[in-house]
Design a protein around this ligand. Structure first.
Ligand code: UDP
Length: 413
């Protein structure tokens, strides 16, 4: 087996896709690209960056990934920001915002040389957005990449953040509904998963059996699972309600598994709420996972009959992509990026309430042929739309477009 990532991807997506990546990357050979976010572990952004950096490197670019650091209150502030940008009404205190700005200034001190020298800087999400304000000697293009569901942000917080984001050369959004009016070019790029990662590659039957055993699950009864950070927008308590309703009609087990992210201070509180809601039901398996539990998550998704992602807000939902890639029908909240992936009645079901989710669980478990057909369609849909090769192609195209400014065509060698 070849060591080259591109050769391995070619076996999955075909030669044409890989050739077009090579062609797009050629004019960008040696381009210094820095990505900045706020955590190396936990959450979708870290997941994507771990996989994208090596691929860009193999394509001849010169990419690196930096993480900003701050104290506890900094993450509290950015979590409030995240929650309010996703629609919660809440006033963030002046002192916390000051800490947010100061922390970014300190990180700019540390990273300035590298950031000012880079040809492209991709700043992910609100946490590091102010870095640009302290890099006045910048040489390259700066792009702000928004991963969250800002379809209906709490306006005062968006207005505050907008002042930091407006001076960027461009911004990227996952969905048209999220894009906010700004004076620079706005691009739409959906996230992706890596089919070669520990999280997504095939696992042996023996390993799946071990995961079943380790998780104390009954191999003879259906399993539904939601695997997500313990975050209120993911609605884990709503999942438990749906499970309890469905269980009145069909025998089943629920897995609610997830860990935290280093930039998410609310995880413990939400986990406590989940444990309280699950209390007394031996068929609800709440699992706190370590940050490197990629194979376990892979296995849990594979041994499940149905995967839930009952979010009430969702930037994209890589967990949805991961499950669909494994041929699982997903019952997802009818919000944000889930709607890009789950086409109601075709690649899964979209729901708005625990009752709706329960109804769909019951339907799928009693119509196995439909469950399997949906799973097949789901995998094909991900293959065609949400793998890393498409994602990198769009990033390369964006870089060329930004470099070539207002020219109408991108000329490739
Ligand atoms: N994830 C993980 N461990 C966990 C929970 C989630 O590795 O305990 C992964 C999950 O498999 C997915 C990503 O983190 O790849 C979460 O991305 P998503 O877009 O679903 O949600 P986010 O956490 O970014 O809101």
């Amino acid at each position: 087996m070849t060591d080259l990532l591109l050769d391995q991807y070619q076996e999955i997506v075909g030669e044409e896709v890989i050739n077009s990546l090579r062609q797009l990357a050629e004019p960008l050979r040696g381009t210094k690209v820095v990505h900045v976010n706020s955590t190396r572990e936990g959450g979708g952004v870290a997941e994507i960056l771990h996989r994208m950096i090596p691929l860009k490197k193999e394509l001849g670019l010169d990419p690196c990934w930096e993480v900003i650091v701050g104290e506890g209150d900094f993450y509290q502030c950015t979590k409030y920001m995240h929650n309010t940008l996703q629609g919660n009404r809440f006033e963030i205190s002046r002192s916390l915002l000051k800490l947010y700005e100061d922390t970014n200034e300190e990180n700019a001190e540390r990273l300035r040389g590298q950031l000012e020298e880079a040809d492209f800087v991709f700043i992910h999400d609100p946490q590091p957005a102010p870095l640009l304000s302290w890099c006045s000697g910048r040489k390259g293009k700066w792009i702000w990449r928004c991963h969250i569901d800002v379809s209906r942000p709490y306006r005062p917080v968006w207005k505050y953040l907008r002042d930091f984001v407006e001076p960027y050369d461009a911004s990227i959004w996952s969905l048209a509904e999220f894009a906010q009016p700004l004076h620079h070019p706005l691009y739409l790029i959906a996230p992706s998963i890596d089919p070669l990662s520990e999280k997504n590659k095939e696992l042996s039957e023996t390993e799946l059996q071990e995961i079943l055993k380790r998780s104390k699950l009954d191999p003879y009864r259906p399993i539904v699972a939601q695997i997500s950070r313990f975050d209120r927008f993911k609605d884990p308590v709503g999942v438990i309600q749906a499970f309890r309703l469905a269980k009145k009609f069909v025998s089943l087990q629920l897995v609610l598994a997830g860990g935290g992210a280093t930039d998410d201070p609310e995880g413990d509180e939400v986990l406590a709420e989940v444990k309280a809601a699950a209390m007394g039901d031996l068929d609800i398996h709440v699992m706190l996972l370590p940050s490197d539990a990629h194979r376990t998550i892979n296995g849990l998704q594979r041994i499940s009959d149905i995967v839930l992602q009952k979010s009430t807000k969702e930037g994209f939902g890589l967990t949805v992509t991961e499950a669909m890639w494994k041929g699982k029908p997903v019952i997802g909240g009818e919000v944000g990026g889930i709607c890009l992936q789950v086409h109601n009645h075709h690649t899964g079901f979209l729901v708005n309430t625990p009752e709706g989710a329960a109804l769909r669980i019951r339907y799928l478990l009693t119509h196995r042929d439909k469950l399997e057909e949906m799973g097949r369609k789901a995998r094909q849909f991900i293959l065609e739309n949400f793998l890393i090769t498409r994602h990198v192609r769009e990033y390369l195209t964006l870089m060329l477009a930004v470099l070539q400014g207002s020219e109408a065509r991108i000329e490739l060698a």
